[in-house]
Write a new protein. Structure first.
Length: 442
């Protein structure tokens, strides 16, 4: 492990940053009003599920987009469901930001022990500037000042927050457009209901029979329902997302930032005061839903001993096979395999955690269809999503008839072979999305 240099106020888990980022981060901290202590250390090893980037989704599986963005939470994790206009939001919102309150705190001496001689010299100079110059840092936080101030006020270590949002991998916040009454179209899940997709869900159910059966015994949630959710969310663990979690959650948590609210009021309400009230209520809802997730992400990172920016998943902040948001991971994560840690990238833990979520929201044997729908609504507040999950679960429990299956596979092989050159016909299986070993997700 290479040594890293970070600012720290009080206790801060050491972060690993590369040499080019190191000086830039400390320089940004020099303008932060909190003042910092500088030190160096080695970071703990990163669990493999976060140190390894998940495999890219193959082009033919693009219809599985809903599984990247939704699930495992009580709020709306799907950007489509949120009504978020990514393109317009980034390009159009160029308004000024409201500055957060400045804080005056005592500074501490700097310690550069353990750093190389060159880094120590640079560090000493920068630390001197930091300790002597508690200037306002809102401009240097690139639009994130509103959220940074809230996180600091809620007890997240100040320097950890500043280092994270000063990182060049976190883009500048230049606005978030949202709609008042977003809905998911049923067509979003249509590809998941095709025979080939349902066959994949059945294979998921059969491959992980023991883990799913154990989850059913513990929590009373049918294995077919858990398998259906995992299939919709991540293709049974094949597509967990490659996006950094922090930027996606942070953008949604910034919905109620004053300048952002004003921009959305101007866009949606104009001079209509009633609509303006709805816009402001929607902004508060998004903040109330996703600010706790952004805050919980730092807790998850600390629990897993990783940098917050090492956590990857969907664009909306969900991760793992069941696509949990951070608060769901903290509340419902289960160490089902008894290895001493909760990993949503291990099927026993993922299946048990998913079942635990549903059981905690009222699932028990004997529910009517309407009651099942109400429980799954807590997982993803979308009628189209619920329809897809229950339909796939029902089809998993109704095995495909043998003659139909044989005819379907025979016709498929014939068509595929006919479309390929003769010398390649024998290798058609190499174009299928490979099933990676479980170790790749750990």
């Amino acid at each position: 492990m290479r040594p890293s240099v970070v600012g720290q106020m009080g206790h801060l888990s050491w972060q690993m940053v590369d040499a080019s980022r190191r000086i830039a981060v400390v320089s940004r901290l020099a303008s932060h009003p909190m003042g910092v202590t500088c030190a160096a250390s080695h970071r703990n090893a990163i669990p493999r599920e976060f140190s390894r980037r998940p495999r890219a989704r193959p082009a033919r599986a693009r219809g599985r987009a809903p599984g990247w963005r939704s699930g495992g939470h009580a709020g709306e994790g799907l950007e489509v469901a949120l009504g978020v206009d990514e393109t317009a939001g980034v390009a159009a919102l160029k308004t000024s930001r409201v500055r957060g309150e400045r804080h005056s705190v005592p500074t501490r001496p700097c310690d550069a022990r353990g750093v190389s001689s060159t880094a120590a010299v640079v560090l000493t100079v920068l630390c001197t500037v930091v300790c002597a110059s508690p200037a306002a840092a809102d401009d240097d936080l690139r639009g994130w000042g509103y959220l940074v101030a809230k996180l600091e006020a809620d007890g997240v270590p100040a320097a950890e927050v500043v280092v994270s949002f000063a990182d060049p991998r976190v883009p500048r916040f230049d606005g978030l457009y949202f709609s008042l009454a977003p809905r998911e179209p049923a067509s979003l899940y249509r590809a998941l209901l095709r025979p080939a997709s349902v066959a994949q869900a059945r294979r998921c159910r059969h491959r992980w029979t023991d883990a799913l059966a154990d989850a059913e015994r513990r929590y009373g949630v049918p294995a077919s329902v858990v398998a259906a959710i995992l299939h919709v969310e991540s293709g049974c663990g094949h597509y967990t997302g490659r996006s950094l979690l922090l930027p996606g959650l942070a953008r949604l948590a910034m919905a109620n930032e004053p300048a952002n609210v004003d921009a959305n009021v101007d866009r949606l309400a104009g001079d209509d005061p009633a609509v303006a009230l709805q816009v402001r209520a929607r902004a508060r809802y998004l903040e109330d839903t996703f600010y706790p997730e952004a805050r919980a992400l730092f807790t998850v990172a600390a629990r897993l001993h990783v940098d917050p920016l090492d956590l990857r998943g969907s664009e909306s902040g969900a991760f793992g096979y069941p696509q949990f948001l951070p608060t769901s991971f903290l509340r419902f994560g289960v160490d089902a395999d008894g290895d001493g840690r909760v990993s949503l990238y291990d099927m026993p833990d993922a299946a048990a955690s998913c079942a635990h979520f549903l059981a905690s929201h009222g699932w028990h044997p004997g529910l009517t269809v309407a009651q099942r729908r109400r429980v799954i609504w807590q997982y993803n507040r979308s009628d189209a999503y619920i329809d897809a999950v229950l339909t796939i679960a029902r089809r998993i429990d109704t095995p495909e008839s043998a003659p139909t299956a044989l005819v379907h596979r025979s016709v498929k092989r014939h068509v595929v072979a006919a479309r390929r050159p003769a010398h390649r016909a024998l290798h058609h299986t190499r174009h299928r999305a490979p099933t990676p070993p479980a170790a790749e997700h750990r």
